[in-house]
Write a protein that binds this ligand. Structure first.
Ligand SMILES: C[S@@+](CC[C@H](N)C(=O)[O-])C[C@H]1O[C@@H](n2cnc3c(N)ncnc32)[C@H](O)[C@@H]1O
Length: 282
């Protein structure tokens, strides 16, 4: 993409739009990378040149703006990404939460920025293995992303061989996946209908989620502008139970959101507002 002054001004407008609508920080110095992400949107909306798309974008037409913003996000994900984190959820966090919630027998969890769903299905498999579905617990497993394509894929719950090979152990594939005529594998209905899937932007009001026991928001906030990342983390404290857990990506920290503390002995990225309470629950 050309970096003439005009193009550069348009790139800065694009970065501003993306920031306002998603929180994502766009590196305008990487014009080529931005161009390669814009190209499929240009093709879809019938623009012959990216310059024309950027020009039209200055008016911020809703559908085009939304498609462009969604295209700027990174959707990299896999089943049981960072296995040590999922092992910790299985062996420590879930048993502790279940012990602490024995009386209402209710768990409320949110997989935020879930991309195409592998993370959410991984979590659902852990919950199933822990017996919460079979033993009559009321489980609210909210799963969301702001990308409409990603949300469609979560709802569909169908994955290629390649996607399954990235992190899903063979015994779990045998238990939870059924082959389909399209050559892909479908998550069994019993698992798929446990997910409450929503198209949701992290910048929007979190109130509808109610109080949550566990929030997974992994590998999304690291792409946000620092001030919006901090503000989002702070808003999340408002819906996290006092002994609840927040799980970020292993390379992410809560930075200045000092209401969260790292859980001692947990892999990087696991936080709680009160780690002592979280440990005592076990
Ligand atoms: C790299 S993926 C992470 C997927 C998964 N959590 C993981 O760690 O494997 C980041 C996801 O964040 C989503 N995302 C980015 N900005 C968002 C926003 N403002 N609201 C909701 N989702 C957002 C993207 O659509 C993308 O699917």
């Amino acid at each position: 993409m050309s970096t003439s002054p005009l193009a550069s001004a348009r790139l800065h407008h694009l970065a501003d739009l993306v920031r306002r609508r998603s929180g994502l920080r766009l590196a305008v110095e990487h014009g080529e990378r931005i161009a390669s992400k814009l190209q499929p949107v240009a093709d879809r909306f019938g623009f012959r040149e990216l310059g024309a798309l950027l020009g039209e974008l200055e008016e911020e037409p809703d559908e085009l703006s939304r498609a462009v913003v969604e295209a700027m996000a990174t959707h990299e994900t896999s089943f049981f990404r960072d296995p040590a984190v999922f092992a910790y959820l299985r062996d420590s966090v879930l048993p502790q939460l279940m012990a602490a919630r024995l009386v209402p027998r209710r768990l409320r969890l949110w997989c935020a920025a879930a991309s195409t769903g592998q993370e959410a299905y991984s979590l659902a498999m852990l919950l199933d293995d822990a017996g919460v579905f079979a033993e009559g617990w009321k489980v609210d497993l909210f799963v969301s992303d702001f990308s409409r394509d990603a949300v469609m894929r979560i709802k569909e719950g169908a994955y290629s061989d390649y996607e399954l090979a990235r992190g899903l152990p063979a015994p779990l594939r045998a238990r939870y996946c059924v082959p389909s005529e399209s050559g892909r594998w479908h998550m069994v209905d019993g698992l798929r209908r446990r997910l409450r899937v929503h198209c949701f932007n992290l910048l929007d009001n979190l109130g509808w989620l109610g109080e949550l026991d566990l929030i997974l928001c992994r590998n999304a906030l690291l792409y946000f502008a620092p001030d919006i990342r901090l503000e989002t983390l702070v808003r999340m404290t408002g819906i996290l139970a006092p002994d609840g857990g927040l799980v970020l990506g292993t390379t992410e920290t809560v930075q200045d959101a000092r209401l969260y503390l790292p859980v001692a002995g947990a892999p990087r990225g696991v936080y709680s507002k009160n780690p002592a309470l979280m440990r005592r629950a076990g």
